[in-house]
Design a protein around this ligand. Structure first.
Ligand SMILES: [Fe+2]
Length: 247
């Protein structure tokens, strides 16, 4: 007899030991952890699900979060002090990069400063959820002529790219972008359209990396509850392997 019940598995069982490459765990410098206590409880929760390696990616967004390597470094130093006093976090290791908003400020920044990469030349970038920057092509081109490789954060969340076909996404790929999926996009957390496109991108083999984009503890609690069907887990496992190999 063919069972009508498809076996589902918890996603967290597949995430053990991975480096989380997108999160807002550093205290007090963006819309993520607001203070050291928030950061520590986020890290403790992550450690419960077997994640203790991080690349912290605070926002660099001119008007709202004008972070610099200095503000980020200071926040990490503060957090590292808290970690060193916490037995549960003795295996925790945090490197830092940033999540850059692709705007005019970003173009200016590229002219004068070295960007903070996730690793080597890979830079995590995002755009507004309302519209792409009018000079997106120019930004992506300049980024690459400066030797960087753009990793687009949560491509599934840009509703203005949602269409019957995936041509907008194919175009971004052709213009050099790697794609980083948010784990919570596998649930209706950001909306059912975002969820739908997360699976479409995944099913079409367009996702390169996965990250939590965790801002607060509820995000990890929701992540803990994610159960997936085998066919989706197979796709996710490929992305996880690629993420593990790279980071
Ligand atoms: Fe983020």
């Amino acid at each position: 007899m063919i069972s009508i019940f498809r076996k589902k598995e918890f996603l967290v069982d597949h995430l053990q030991g991975i480096t989380d490459i997108h999160n807002h765990i550093l205290p007090g410098i963006d819309d993520g952890a607001q203070n050291i206590e928030d950061s520590i409880s986020l890290l403790e929760k992550f450690s419960d699900i077997g994640i203790s390696k991080f690349i912290a990616t605070p926002h660099i967004m001119n008007d709202y979060y004008p972070n610099t390597p200095k503000t980020i470094n200071n926040a990490l130093a503060l957090l590292n002090k808290g970690i060193s006093e916490n037995e549960k976090l003795k295996n925790t290791e945090i490197h830092f990069a940033a999540e850059y908003m692709m705007d005019q400020n970003f173009l200016d920044l590229m002219k004068t400063e070295k960007l903070l990469p996730l690793k080597d030349n890979m830079v995590l970038v995002e755009m507004s959820y309302f519209q792409a920057p009018i000079n997106l092509n120019e930004i992506l081109f300049k980024l690459q002529t400066n030797g960087y490789k753009p990793v687009l954060a949560h491509p599934e969340r840009y509703a203005f790219y949602h269409a019957k076909d995936l041509s907008k996404y194919e175009d971004l790929k052709n213009r050099g972008c790697l794609f980083q999926l948010n784990t919570l996009s596998l649930t209706p957390h950001y909306g059912s359209n975002m969820q739908k496109f997360a699976y479409r991108l995944l099913e079409n083999g367009m996702i390169d990396f996965i990250g939590s984009d965790a801002h607060r503890i509820q995000h990890i609690e929701k992540l803990q509850a994610i159960k997936l069907e085998k066919k989706h887990l197979n796709k996710i496992d490929k992305v996880l392997t690629k993420t593990r190999d790279e980071f």
